[in-house]
Write a protein of this length. Structure first.
Length: 542
């Protein structure tokens, strides 16, 4: 039997690990420090790009499509391309827009530049748009991306020719419904040569440059991204969320026309998005650095890549605290979920020989979903109180930390309270472990079927719990008790690695509009520590 002090020590270790992981996650999903102008010529410098950005939009004047200022900004972009040694083209096209009371014709002018390679004519394209909304100068949306591309064009010019051509596309009319991108893929002769497009956007003025969308059949793209991007920030869940929102970018057009590729954006401080406050002074230099690093690292990797040699299939993927990317073929998703659930059931079956009660197991299987429902209800009540006070349901606020922390604390206390005063106070640790992880991995199987891009949130911690639980179940006597306690701690920490970044990223993505999502994340994570904290006895009953 483990003493109360030993269980307290285990809870302290898990709690301390979660707190540390929360700080690590906050740092991992913040933009890097910008490089100065004195950095090496073959490394991207936000300082050099910001000099370009200031020239493009530093006057703070909006430049929507067809405006006089739009022409001014276009000439500035053309001059930078010419100064870097290129011969830019201006593609003029007339496109109908429906983003007004009545359809009307809009004349757009895309800027297109091509750097010829030594290969058969396949091309890699970097894309961004230079038009802004009428309400603001669009320094981040999308001037920062344009300035990053101009700096990269300068960096690339003096390098030896690559295998693949490189095309720089600066579109017009994106804010009117991706009109410039539409005109390019329909009318420009170079569009048919593009093998991979890398598009850059912003829906805020700061934050990490997230790779939030890829084309279909993306396994080879994810493999390449994982190998070549130094500080990744991506997840197949981002794409699941994005496709359920009424948002599109130029990449939507490229993707519809069968072009493979990546879509990047930073999304923090979205209150300034599409307003006069999206200006040069508000544009985060670190976010610009991150845009540029991602663009440069992928471009260098793809410039000499044999496009026709890549593997097929789609991937499930996620970065781990911005350090590396875990991914697997989507075709294995259901099999992995079934395998993890089977391993959990095997551990449970072996542990039953230690005297687990069938009634206790059924209570635990019911306890977990009931606690999830309780955390959602508590979060919903908290959300109503915040809405009544005018602090929630409004998107983004000046200081979100107290509100997000409140959601988290309410959900955590609710989960602990429901479990402590109902089932777990009268439950041994093996029954608690079995109830938690059989439920968890059953949810993982359902998620793999219904929302495959989110499967990693369940499969990876579930696999850790299943394997370690299986090992512990096969150990003899009190060694098994220590093994189970270690398995519970490690699995809870593994869940924290993936789940603790969620409030940060969810707030950047959706603000406080759907406040009940935050306590659900907290409740799901808290339940992983239940077998440690709340059982009456670690030792199974005889």
């Amino acid at each position: 039997m483990f003493t109360r002090s030993q269980k307290l020590a285990a809870c302290t270790i898990v709690g301390a690990a979660w707190i540390a992981l929360a700080f690590v996650a906050a740092a991992a999903y913040s933009p890097p420090l910008p490089h100065g102008a004195d950095i090496r010529a073959d490394e991207f410098s936000a300082a050099r790009a910001r000099t370009i950005l200031k020239e493009l939009v530093g006057d703070g004047i909006p430049h929507p499509a067809e405006s006089e200022q739009n022409a001014v900004v276009r000439e500035r972009i053309l001059r930078h391309f010419r100064d870097a040694g290129y011969e830019p083209q201006v593609q003029t096209a007339t496109v109908m827009t429906l983003k007004s009371i009545a359809a009307k014709a809009v004349t757009l002018r895309n800027i297109v530049v091509r750097r010829r390679g030594s290969g058969p004519g396949r091309a890699i394209m970097l894309a961004a748009h230079y038009d802004s909304v009428p309400q603001g100068p669009g320094a981040s949306d999308d001037g920062a991306a344009v300035s990053a591309i101009l700096e990269i064009a300068r960096m690339l010019h003096d390098l030896p020719p690559s295998r693949n051509d490189v095309i720089f596309l600066i579109t017009d009319g994106e804010e009117l419904g991706m009109l410039g991108a539409t005109a390019f893929v329909r009318e420009h002769p170079w569009a048919k040569d593009i093998a991979v497009a890398i598009n850059f956007e912003a829906r805020g003025v700061s934050g990490k440059s997230l790779m939030f969308e890829t084309s279909d059949e993306n396994a080879w793209l994810i493999s390449l991204y994982a190998r070549h991007v130094a500080f990744p920030a991506t997840s197949s869940l981002y794409s699941e969320v994005f496709h359920r929102l009424p948002n599109d970018t130029d990449f939507t057009i490229f993707k519809k026309h069968g072009i493979a590729g990546f879509n990047f954006a930073y999304i923090r401080d979205a209150r300034r998005y599409h307003t006069a406050r999206d200006d040069y002074d508000s544009a985060d230099p670190g976010s610009l650095q991150d845009h540029g690093d991602n663009a440069w690292q992928l471009l260098i990797a793809l410039a000499d890549f044999d496009i026709d040699s890549h593997i097929g299939g789609s991937a499930i993927y996620a970065d781990v605290l911005g350090r590396f990317v875990l991914w697997w073929p989507a075709s294995l998703n259901l099999a992995l979920a079934v395998g993890v659930l089977a391993a959990t059931f095997a551990a449970f079956t072996i542990a039953r020989r230690r005297g687990l009660s069938r009634a206790v197991i059924w209570r635990m299987l019911a306890a977990v979903p009931i606690t999830f429902i309780a955390s959602l209800l508590a979060g919903g009540l908290c959300d109503l109180l915040f809405r009544f006070a005018g602090l929630s349901g409004i998107g983004w606020v000046d200081n979100s930390f107290p509100i997000l922390l409140s959601y988290w604390v309410v959900a955590t206390v609710t989960v602990i309270g429901v479990l402590r005063f109902t089932w777990l106070a009268r439950t041994d640790a093996w029954s608690a472990w079995s109830g938690v992880w059989l439920n968890w991995n059953t949810m993982g199987l359902l998620v793999a079927w219904l929302v495959p891009g989110a499967t990693y949130l369940f499969i990876l911690p579930g696999a850790v719990a299943a394997v370690l639980g299986l090992v512990a179940a096969m150990l003899p006597g009190r060694v098994a008790q220590g093994g189970l306690l270690a398995a519970c701690c490690i699995a809870a920490v593994a869940a924290g690695v993936l789940w603790l970044p969620m409030p940060i990223l969810l707030y950047d993505a959706i603000g406080l509009v759907v406040g009940v999502v935050y306590p659900l994340c907290a409740g799901i994570l808290t339940i992983t520590a239940a077998p440690i904290a709340l059982t009456g006895n670690i030792e199974s009953p005889r």
